[in-house]
Design a protein around this ligand. Structure first.
Ligand code: FES
Length: 109
């Protein structure tokens, strides 16, 4: 007997919506998600910085990091790890999957 699926997968974008080395803001239900394209691989994190209220989708993507536009805190995109002050709390990351050209996010993961 297979385990029941507990995650809800919700379409947030199409695969071509985010250019390489770029980020796009996606609003889904009550959450603001940052969708990153790192060399063709997509990652989703919370869009709001863990330090104060700034949108990381307005930040600067450099390699696999994003710099917050407000106080220049740095996060590692694939893991959400806080890398440099003033950020100390990691970002939430979300699993993604691609189906028929749609990017699906698991919100309850
Ligand atoms: S709000 Fe992001 S580093 Fe301060």
């Amino acid at each position: 007997m297979s385990k029941p699926e507990t995650q809800r997968w919700i379409a947030i974008a199409r695969t071509g919506d985010v250019e390489p080395s770029d980020v796009r803001r996606c609003e889904v239900e009550d959450r603001c998600i940052a969708l990153f394209n790192l060399d063709g691989r997509l990652y989703a994190t919370a869009d709001i910085c863990t330090h104060a209220h700034a949108h990381l989708s307005d930040g600067y993507v450099d390699g696999d990091t994003v710099e917050c536009p407000l106080h220049q805190g740095l996060f590692h995109i694939p893991t959400g790890r806080a890398m440099s002050p003033p950020v100390t709390e990691d970002l939430k990351t979300y699993p993604l999957r691609i189906e028929d050209g749609q990017v699906l996010i698991a919100l309850d993961a």
